[in-house]
Design a protein around this ligand. Sequence first.
Ligand code: NI
Length: 185
Amino acid sequence: MTIRPILTVPNPVLKQVSKPVAEVTDETRALMDDMLETMYDAPGIGLAAIQIGVPLNVIVMDLVKDKDESEDNDRGDEKTPEPNPKFFVNPEILEAVDELRPYEEGCLSIPEVYDEIERPNRVKIRYLDYHGKEVVEWAEGIYAVCIQHEMDHLKGVLFIDYLSRLKRSRAVKKVQKFEKSKDVA
Ligand code: NI
């Protein structure tokens, strides 16, 4: 497994539309392994392949980390929850409820920027898992938020695209400044 560099805005590759995977092979699994390693290292709870420059409909996710941070997480002496990685190849949304839920989103490609986005609270999804097996299930809460955010990446859409033009350009400037400060350090 290799940690790959994560592309950040305004890299035009992030606006690219990803393509379906013809078949889940060892090569696909190697990509997913790298993506998971990269995501854990960042750290983040979701990552789409395009964020490491691979324009394929592949997503990795692990929501355990987020739970750990939002709940009573002490100074590291607390038991770390077991990782619970999820892999999505060619995900599709089959159904979405009308009820919208606001959630403060962030993105590894837009570091240091967070804003509230409204999305359907429950979505029915279909995808192939790590072994190429088809799964159909309902996602809700943070899972629904995350899968919709990641699936947007596959269409070249970022969460800041839902914000006003002013907020969006501010976000991009903030990221550029942040990335520059990292280069110097
Ligand atoms: Ni993202």
